[in-house]
Design a protein around this ligand. Structure first.
Ligand code: AMP
Length: 213
């Protein structure tokens, strides 16, 4: 299965992709995660990317295409993959199509995670990661039990640096202007599927699986 997950920041792409990765035994490839790793590693490139990411802007198409080409060439991506956060511009979508055509492995689908703006804001501003367990939580939506679990494990709830309100509103603007047109891009190619991304993680995952079956 080769799929692209489309959807605004906070629509749940990463959460659903992680589950799908385990169930289907195919890699979850997130350009955001890869860029954050480069930032954490403190490479020269990571230092340049940090300012762009923290402001909620997009890293250049050339850079992300380079990262993705290398990643898709690895052995574990030969039997399928879930792309999360890539493509994000029309140029990236064109480059991806060309890359996959060359490899003879076209996409099966681009899945749009469809969600209301108000819910997105809560998901993004409330999003935290437990420093002890690595679990993704949300101060608005996670149960008290889940939040306590982190505390009891000696962890703290850490917020991503680009999850503050100012950066979030820029990230949503960037999504609307640069990434949302990809919905039409994939619709025109008959590759678009849409999933209602409102609801619990389990509910959305069930819809997801049904859509892909
Ligand atoms: P994400 O974790 O997918 O929300 O990505 C976090 C940040 O990484 C984005 O706000 C961008 O600054 C950068 N980024 C991730 N994927 C891409 C991409 N495909 N093109 C350009 N920038 C990206």
């Amino acid at each position: 299965m080769r799929i692209v997950l489309l959807g605004a920041p906070g629509s749940g792409k990463g959460t659903q992709a992680k589950r799908l990765m385990v169930d289907k035994n195919i890699p979850h490839i997130s350009t955001g995660d890869m860029l954050r790793e480069a930032v954490a590693a403190g490479t020269r490139f990571g230092q340049q990317a940090k300012g762009i990411i923290d402001a909620g802007n997009l890293v250049s198409d050339d850079i992300v295409l380079g990262i993705i080409s290398e990643r898709l060439a690895r052995p574990d991506a030969q039997d399928g993959f879930i792309l999360d956060g890539f493509p994000r511009t029309e140029q990236q979508a064109l480059d991806l199509t060309e890359l996959l055509d060359q490899l003879g492995t076209p996409l099966d689908a681009a899945v749009l995670m469809d969600i209301d703006f108000d819910i997105l804001m809560k998901r993004l501003t409330g999003r935290r990661t437990c420093s002890a367990t690595g679990k993704l939580l949300n101060v608005y939506f996670s149960s008290q039990e889940e939040l306590n679990e982190c505390k009891n494990a000696g962890g703290e709830l850490v917020q991503r640096e680009d999850d503050n309100e100012e950066t979030i509103s820029n990230r949503l603007d960037v999504y609307r202007t640069q990434t949302e047109p990809l919905v039409e891009f994939y619709r025109k190619r008959d590759q678009l599927k849409t999933v209602d991304a409102d609801g619990t993680i389990d509910d959305v995952y069930a819809r997801f699986i049904e859509l892909l079956s």
